[in-house]
Design a protein around this ligand. Structure first.
Ligand code: SF4
Length: 1006
């Protein structure tokens, strides 16, 4: 038995020596066992590839420690049946629930039903086992610890007992059993002629224990480690401990590889001087190595462009390029999206989390709907999901959503059922035009409502699981049936989606297997979904086809070891990103870790990781950092960046900002060519195939520039001059105007354009109780009926009639106005009646005026319109006058009821914001022929008083003249396509459809 320890700086030929030793061992005796152990599967693949390039060697095993352990156990007839992740999850969940049922948990009791606890406990158990901490050792250490630590011990013990009782092992147990075998059978690994351990820079306690036992039995062991024999350099700290430990424990023949590393000059200089206090002058760089980009997204784009340039121009194979990042969650999605744009195949060393995929999220949302009582917002999202075919058209879903808003269906079948009953009883309202501000919603009624009821019932029934408990097999069957009914498989378009579906089905299959092993357990639907969700959260997926094609490697910074590449980019060298901020583990704190001999979470020698990463490149190296944080604040370069920058002399550290112009030849994708061509205002002839897209983008650029300018004056923001003739035709002389449409233009021309010309309406959010429009309509109707039914207008008589009419209107209001009464509806009726009574008392004060006409229509339902002569044309108007009073001399008073609380003044008429009163006054006089108006005002029902905008104060003739001026201005503006946004003083109304995206939006304040 010989043990050799080979130490050397990166790229000094350690792996090369291993390959030569392996080939030499196999040359004479090809049947003898040779094992090569490396840290992960990626390194195993790289080692095999290099061996093959050297002519190969028969029967050499290349793998991880676990692969060798399984081989040894199997060779001794002790192969272990290992459990799958779903079965492990299930056993941990059972352990938690059993401990909770026996009242053993207090700290974790409130969260025992959360899937996250199972995941967290699994991580703890895995780490304990890898750290050689068995149940007894942990219980002992936690004896005087916190309640959480003691309860973790209880869960760990129950899980292990159940696993043992089943006769199964988890992955970490393979190590335990192998150690037992090696200790009890001193020749268990004796057939291994050569054991090579390469690519590690340090060992976990479990790995080191295995290394000690294996090297004591294998005929020859060769271990390589980076660093130097003396281990004094700061950059070598990460490896120095392992070197010293091996030298002390195993007494190997230690050899330090002499000679300079086979690295380009600049990287060699970095390797030799990184983190050294005394170093020479900064070395001159032929090509930039440091790049500052605005954001992680820009870093990802620049790094990929750099690699694409090397592949295309320098002929470097894509498989010889790699990118390493300190934060996969931030950088991997950005790299994936940009690589797709650049047409570069990418292989991530780790699987993508299943929860990152839109499909997995959509499936979980679908299955969780019944548990969330079919929350309407989520139900509508599921109905609109591209992955499910509910056999409903977009128009059907729009209508269902409109019904849910009008009837305030927030959740649940019960609310839908109430809505259908209400709509089926309600008469239709088609053709009954009231006024722009007073129309009742056009909801499906009677028979049509029934059709929508059938649709919604079908959806709810399909997605409602059977009540009670069932075993996993039955729930999986139910779930698969839903997938078939919704034709899920037919909706999958990309390879990524098919891979996600495959991973999802694997989870379901694994659940079935776990049930076969651990026995059928009856669970309710909620428990089944919680289990499924926790598995989905723990699982990853990988696109199948991409495994087979040459691809760029993207990995985490900790994986930048062992394997070498021609070109390496290191991203994220910012303060707080790399080195990462180290935090104590909330489950296994530092004190407990020390007591158990587990690795600290606070001193992970990240400098050694950086040293390893920069020395992975055989030819080209690029290091990048983001210089702006999400909130626009400067981001500090990391200490690693600064340490490298001290040693490198590049004329200027290229700082890439979003405003720079890129040479088109350096563009990484067609999108980049187009983007920069538009900015440079020219598309060279060789890119002629992009011409139509180039024109589209130029237009988009003009639109953006126009919208970003402080003056809103362009076709893209309210002045669509090319539409002039269409607008003039549509809003021509025969168009029937309402006061509210004219006022909309007066308030903000763009509001009119979006709402009236484009036909967009603001989406109303469901709210408890009546909304403002329905409440206003109901109040109007009660007052109208009261005055029409009253035999005389004495206040007492009016109040008696009001009470009776209000009762009738309240009784049919839900069907008529299309809302579901809330629990407060009874109390609200009392309140509304009191408000109306107060208004009747106030409006009937004094004896001068007598009610004369109510709900007088003009230009509606066959009634003649109001015609106003503007000189060169006559404008047609329509509307509905709430009430007209008359006094003894025949003078008329126009009243318009308002339920809202806006305070209108003289200025509103002068500025053309409120034109209703003079229009209605002219209608009473000219269209309805009722006499000469002398007064007019808005009556605030809730405040029981008239508003301060009064026609008498103005003088009716003066008001008519102002009206005509504004009518001319508005008509000219509309027909000339002048719709410049102008936020109304006091802020933009919520019901403006553009409020969500208009760049000139102004909030109404507090
Ligand atoms: S958000 Fe304001 S400025 Fe924009 S269109 Fe609406 S009312 Fe006008």
């Amino acid at each position: 038995m010989t043990i050799q320890l080979l130490i050397g700086a990166p790229a000094t030929g350690k792996t090369e020596r291993c390959l030569a030793r392996v080939q030499a061992a196999q040359a004479g005796l090809p049947l003898q066992q040779v094992w090569v152990l490396v840290p992960d599967r990626a390194q195993a693949a790289a080692f095999r590839r290099r061996l093959a390039e050297k002519g190969g060697a028969l029967g050499v095993h290349v793998g991880r420690f676990a692969d060798l352990y399984k081989h040894l156990l199997s060779a001794r007839g002790k192969a272990l049946a290992t459990i799958s992740l779903p079965l492990q999850n299930r056993l941990i969940r059972e352990a938690i629930h059993a401990a909770d049922a026996e009242k053993k948990l207090t700290h974790f009791a409130p969260i025992v039903h959360f899937p996250g606890l199972v995941t967290a406990m699994r991580d703890v158990i895995v780490e304990l086992k890898r750290g050689l901490v068995n149940v007894e050792k942990f219980m002992l250490a936690a004896e005087n610890g916190t309640a959480a630590q003691q309860e973790m011990g209880i869960i760990y013990a129950r899980y292990q007992a159940r696993l043992d009782a089943l006769g199964y092992a988890d992955d970490e147990d393979v190590h335990r059993q192998a150690m037992a075998l090696l200790e009890e059978d001193k020749n268990a690994a004796g057939e291994i002629a050569l054991l090579v351990v390469d690519g590690f820079d340090q060992f976990t306690p479990a790995q080191y224990q295995g290394l000690k036992l294996l090297s004591g039995q294998a005929q020859e062991t060769l271990i390589t480690l980076p660093g130097a024999m003396d281990g004094t350099r700061a950059a070598h700290q990460r490896f120095a401990e392992s070197i010293a430990q091996i030298r002390d424990d195993l007494s190997p023949q230690a050899e330090e590889l002499a000679g300079d590393p086979h690295l380009p000059k600049a990287i060699e200089y970095l390797e030799a001087n990184l983190f050294e206090q005394a170093h020479g002058e900064a070395i001159f760089l032929n090509e930039p190595m440091l790049l500052e980009a605005r954001s992680p997204e820009a870093e990802a784009r620049e790094a990929l462009r750099w690699i694409k340039g090397l592949v295309v121009r320098a002929g470097i194979p894509l498989v010889r390029c790699a990118i390493f990042t300190p934060n996969a969650e931030v950088y991997h999605p950005l790299l994936r999206a940009t690589a797709e744009e650049f047409g570069m195949p990418v292989r991530f060393t780790s699987d993508d989390p299943l929860t990152d995929s839109a499909l997995a999220t959509a499936i979980l949302n679908l299955l969780k709907l019944p548990l969330e009582n079919f929350r309407t917002r989520k139900l509508m999202n599921v109905l609109r999901s591209p992955y499910f075919n509910f056999l409903l058209s977009d128009a059907d879903i729009d209508t269902l959503e409109m019904i849910s808003r009008a009837a305030q269906v927030v959740e649940g079948r019960e609310q839908w059922d109430e809505t259908w009953e209400m709509l089926k009883r309600a008469p239709g309202t088609q053709g009954l035009w009231m006024d722009d501000t007073r129309n009742v919603p056009e909801l499906p009624r009677e028979g049509e409502a029934e059709e929508y009821q059938v649709m919604m019932d079908g959806v709810l029934t399909m997605l409602t699981p059977p009540a009670g408990r069932a075993n996993y097999g039955e729930w999986i069957d139910w779930t698969e049936t839903r997938f078939q009914q919704l034709k899920l498989a037919d909706q999958l378009e990309s390879e990524a989606e098919r891979s996600v579906m495959l991973a999802f089905r694997e989870i379901l299959r694994a659940l079935l297997v776990s049930e076969a092993v651990a026995g059928a357990a009856a669970v309710d639907y909620g428990e089944f979904i919680a289990e499924l969700e926790s598995l989905v959260r723990a699982e990853g997926y990988r696109e199948n086809t991409r495994r087979r094609q040459p691809a760029l490697v993207v990995g985490r910074m900790e994986e930048a070891r062992g394997v070498r590449y021609d070109a390496v980019a290191l991203l994220g060298l910012a303060e707080g990103s790399f080195p990462a901020v180290e935090r104590a583990d909330p489950f296994l704190d530092e004190e407990l870790r020390e007591a158990l001999g587990l690795e600290s979470r606070l001193a992970r020698e990240q400098g050694g990781l950086f040293y390893q990463a920069v020395t992975r490149a055989d030819r080209h190296l690029l290091m990048t950092r983001p210089y702006l944080a999400d909130d626009g604040e400067d981001m500090e370069p990391s200490t690693f960046w600064k340490a490298a920058a001290l040693l490198l002399d590049q004329a200027a550290e290229p700082k890439i900002d979003s405003e720079r112009l890129l040479a088109l030849a350096d563009a990484g994708s067609r999108e980049e060519v187009l983007f920069h061509a538009v900015r440079q205002k020219s598309l060279p002839r060789q890119y002629g195939f992009l011409e139509s897209r180039w024109h589209d983008l130029q237009q988009a650029r003009d639109a953006l520039l126009a919208r970003r300018s402080s003056e809103a004056d362009s076709p893209y923001e309210g002045n669509p001059v090319s539409l002039t003739s269409q607008l003039a035709a549509r809003f021509g002389k025969k168009y029937g105007w309402s006061a509210s449409r004219l006022e909309t233009y007066g308030a903000c021309p763009f509001f009119f354009y979006v709402n009236q010309a484009l036909g967009l309406n603001a989406q109303e959010q469901p709210q408890v109780g009546l909304n403002a429009m329905k409440l206003g309509n109901m109040m109007h109707e009660i007052l109208e009926l009261t005055y029409m039914q009253a035999e005389n207008y004495a206040v007492d008589n009016l109040l008696a009639v009001l009470k009776a009419q209000a009762a009738e209107v309240f009784a049919r209001a839900p069907e008529h106005f299309g809302f579901r009464p809330s629990a407060l509806w009874e109390a609200e009726q009392v309140q509304y009646l009191a408000v109306l009574e107060e208004t009747v008392r106030a409006i009937e004060e004094g004896v001068e005026w007598e009610p004369y006409r109510f709900e007088q229509r003009f230009g509606i339902n066959g009634e003649p319109p109001l015609r106003i002569d503007l000189g060169d044309e006559t404008i047609l108007l329509r509307g509905l006058v709430d009430r007209i009073d008359r006094r003894a001399d025949g003078g008329l008073r126009i009243i318009d009821y308002k339920t809202g609380g806006s305070h209108l003044s003289k200025k509103d008429l002068e500025e053309g914001l409120r034109l209703q009163l003079p229009i209605y006054a002219l209608a009473a006089r000219d269209a309805l022929g009722l006499g000469e108006p002398v007064e007019g005002f808005y009556w605030h029902i809730q405040g029981a008083k008239a508003g301060s905008l009064k026609l008498a104060r103005f003088g009716t003739d003066a008001a008519y003249n102002i009206l005509k001026l504004h009518l001319r201005r508005i008509l000219e503006g509309i027909r000339a396509a002048q719709f410049t946004p102008q936020a109304p003083s006091g802020g933009c109304p919520d019901y403006c459809p553009a409020a969500q995206w208009c760049w000139k939006y102004e909030s109404r304040g507090w």
